[in-house]
Ligand binder design. Sequence first.
Ligand code: PXL
Length: 277
Amino acid sequence: MKRVITLQDISCVGKCSLTAAIPVLSCLGIETAVIPTALLSTHTAFDSFVSVDLSKEIDSISEQFLKNNIRFDAIYTGYLGSYEQINEISGFIDIFRKEDCIVVIDPAMADDGELYAGLSKDFVDHMRPFTSKADVIMPNLTEACLLLGMEYKEPSLFPEEEIRQMLYRLADTGPEGVVITGIHFGEAEMGAVAYDKKRDIVSEARSIRHHGRFLGTGDIFSSVVTGCMLAGQSLAGATEHAVHFVNRCIEETEKADDKRWYGVNFESCLGELTGYI
Ligand code: PXL
């Protein structure tokens, strides 16, 4: 069985980061090890929250992993709370990246043109060199603009050719796989575009466009891509599955009486993941 280690926060309430990544990866048949990088009462879109930074625990945990000769087939990072933590995790990658281990970085830091609460420009400046270490990165459109130092604009204002150039420019910084999420394909469809540099393939995956903001969908998306790639699928195939799964999660959320604004109802879709592998 393939083993991934995912480093991201655990938010007690608000379905995102580890509480989304663990069930998704497990349902895709991947052993999921974790290092929680911070403990939050809720994710940062709630009006108030408390957060405990766990960065200083990473060294001693790594030391024990080394003593026990633990290896990983993938290292996958999500939301990180500070640039000091980015540096810490960059060191973790240097130690645990071995041959055949893929490094997947979701530069979770912004959406809809805005940085998440509590993050600053310094964070973006540290995220740039960090993503260049990855084999695969999965920014949304806002994060892609931040990484490339571009002005953000509405998704509908990005012509296809501009998105293609963004994929190439991001790949030029290091990663061989780049997926940009939150792409609009006209009024009725949205999805993601992917560039697989090794195969020199640009692909797109579309589904129905839902209106509104659905928190945690980026974390679910990245977890599906990571799991499907570990199951041996191409970046294009994994992206197709991720777009489809996120759409299913949003559909289920929209059906519910108590539409949970703080995360999507992925729970009722988890069983469908077994059909992806
Ligand atoms: O879903 C991204 C995410 C993850 N973790 C925390 C967040 C967010 C987005 O707001 O606040 C703590």
